[in-house]
Write a protein that binds this ligand. Structure first.
Ligand SMILES: Cc1cc2nc3c(=O)[nH]c(=O)nc-3n(C[C@H](O)[C@H](O)[C@H](O)COP(=O)(O)O)c2cc1C
Length: 198
């Protein structure tokens, strides 16, 4: 099959777009509001965009609290979502009022930041402390500014739980990252293989 995205006539029950771009890592983004309220929400439009320096991005459809806080305070943290935390991660997708912290709502323990004021998830196997570099609002083919807010940050500090390191590596067979697929589907690592580069 083929369809053009204008009109999105795929004749399927649901748009397959996000299932095609899968698995996606989940950035469980913690921020502070300008009034100091801690916020925590999952974003699967999330990825690394560079290693020298270490850069990451997440994208908010509409300016949600996480994106607004990152823009207003210049800081955010990407917490690692492991299989044992998937249910509490999902609870953080609740539409909380901005003065309610998802840390409290989902009873998630926080730990203080070292290079940022933003707290991170105490039980996360890893957390990337980030400082805001750039916000991009893409302009679409019709010349309209879209409501996608791409937040790019530079990683300034990395927390890793000691038990996540096995044989000198961050061991994904132990930490079991959760990935977002399409629809309401998720996946986790069940097999790891190596491919040597040519
Ligand atoms: C696994 C998962 C991934 C999500 N990814 C995104 C995303 O990439 N962009 C987005 O705008 N919303 C995403 N959402 C929805 C937000 O998490 C949800 O709207 C949340 O309430 C936003 O919180 P905030 O306003 O505190 O930032 C996702 C939800 C889940 C459960």
């Amino acid at each position: 099959m083929f369809y053009e995205t204008a009109g999105n006539r795929h004749n399927l029950d649901y748009d397959p777009f996000k299932a095609i771009i899968s698995p996606r890592p989940i950035g469980w983004i913690s921020t502070l509001s300008k009034d100091g309220v801690a916020n925590l929400a999952p974003y699967s439009f999330f990825n690394a965009v560079g290693t020298d320096p270490h850069l990451v991005m997440f994208a908010s459809s509409n300016l949600k609290d996480s994106a607004r806080n990152a823009v207003e305070t210049g800081e955010f943290v990407c917490n690692f979502v492991s299989d044992n935390l998937k249910e509490v991660m999902n609870m953080c997708a609740v539409n909380c009022a901005p003065d309610v912290s998802e840390f409290d709502f989902a009873s998630i323990a926080s730990a203080p930041g070292k290079t940022v004021k933003v707290p991170h998830v105490a039980d996360a196997y890893a957390a990337l402390e980030c400082k805001l570099l750039q916000v991009i609002n893409p302009v679409d083919l019709d010349g309209n500014v879209t409501n996608s807010h791409m937040i790019i940050g530079q990683v300034s500090g990395v927390h890793i739980a000691d038990e996540a390191i096995r044989n000198g590596r961050f061991d994904v067979t132990h930490t079991r990252p959760v990935a977002r697929l399409g629809y309401l589907d998720y996946s986790t690592i069940s097999e790891v293989f190596e491919i040597k580069r040519p």
